[in-house]
Design a protein around this ligand. Sequence first.
Ligand code: ZN
Ligand code: ZN
Length: 407
Amino acid sequence: MQKRKAVLIILDGVGDRANPQLDYKTPLQYAKTPNLDRIAKKSVVGLMDSIAPGIRAGSDTSHLNILGYDPYKVYTGRGPFEAAGLDMDLEPGDIAFRCNFATVDENLVVVDRRAGRIKEGTEELLKDIDGMVIEDVKIFVKPGVEHRAALVLRGPGLSPEVSDVDPHDTGLKIHESKPLSEEAEKTARILNEFVKRAHEILKNHPVNKEREKEGKKPANIILPRGAGMVPHLEKFEKKTGLKGACVVGTPLIRGICKLAGITPIHVPGATGGYDTDMIAKMDAVLEALKNYDFILVNIKATDIAGHDMEPRKKVEVVERIDEAIGHLYENLPDDVILIVTADHSTPCTVGDHSGDPVPIMIYAPDSRREGEEFNEISVLRGSLRIRASDLMNIVMNHTNRAEKFGA
Ligand code: ZN
Ligand code: ZN
């Protein structure tokens, strides 16, 4: 048996429902997708539940499940994956948060949750804050894009079960973080003390004095949210024997891959937005196949169109993806299988993730030829009706790497 490699393309949130603006078709049904359709004709096809039927998955929990990590065991919040996506050094047991730089008035009421979408100076602002020690807990902070940042608490006796400091809206006073369990009292206390100390440093910081002089909003507070404990994930290569890489624009998914030991590949032009260069992403995949056995690709633009409730935009994005996947397919080496699916549905009629199952197709040179077109309805003719937790077993089978159970 020749062992094969695999490319797994996740069209983020591409699954959808019947849309009145598209003659009650889904965007995938409505879009012209000659390449996806010709691949479907040579593929095993069907539907996949991101977690289980009817469960609305986040991108983080579904990607974990797809990669074979039970989100009910390893997921306590989004923070650790965001922090890993910013290349912070994490240790299992650390408590991590997503943060915003924000602007508050003298009564700690939030004036701007994004500090005027601050673009420069965040690194400098954090200089005297990163590395702070409170009691026996060491604190690390790292800036992300614009107003975003991540916060990590490291020390004994910490828990992720604390409420957000971020009030999630303007005009509200910042919240005091509350312990949601007895074990979390220390964490809440330290988090609140951190926010206070950081505010003292930030409000008098030269970068902010300069911003105020220029009429810009000062980034005078850090608002943590989304606490989670850094899980211990068994390395993907150890679990599967597949040396993994990923081509992913969004920090959240990048972070999941990093914690699983899947190497992120930087692609110039891959932004994680509508303007992402999809052909460049596919070229990066083809290049990465020389050194890796498994490449995960995430294309985020479909999810954005779903959240924006713009079915026509979603159709347009799908048609651009079709072209890029056509390019990949034509250049795909013979020993590589191709899987196209989604991490969840983001229906344009809903504007958020839903529990509707997503289409999936698995192409190998010798796979059973079940499909006709690649969309939620056409794949019903195929044999698959699976949960994402089954996917890696199926990948192992189609790459001829599965171990035989029995004699
Ligand atoms: Zn997603
Ligand atoms: Zn989404």
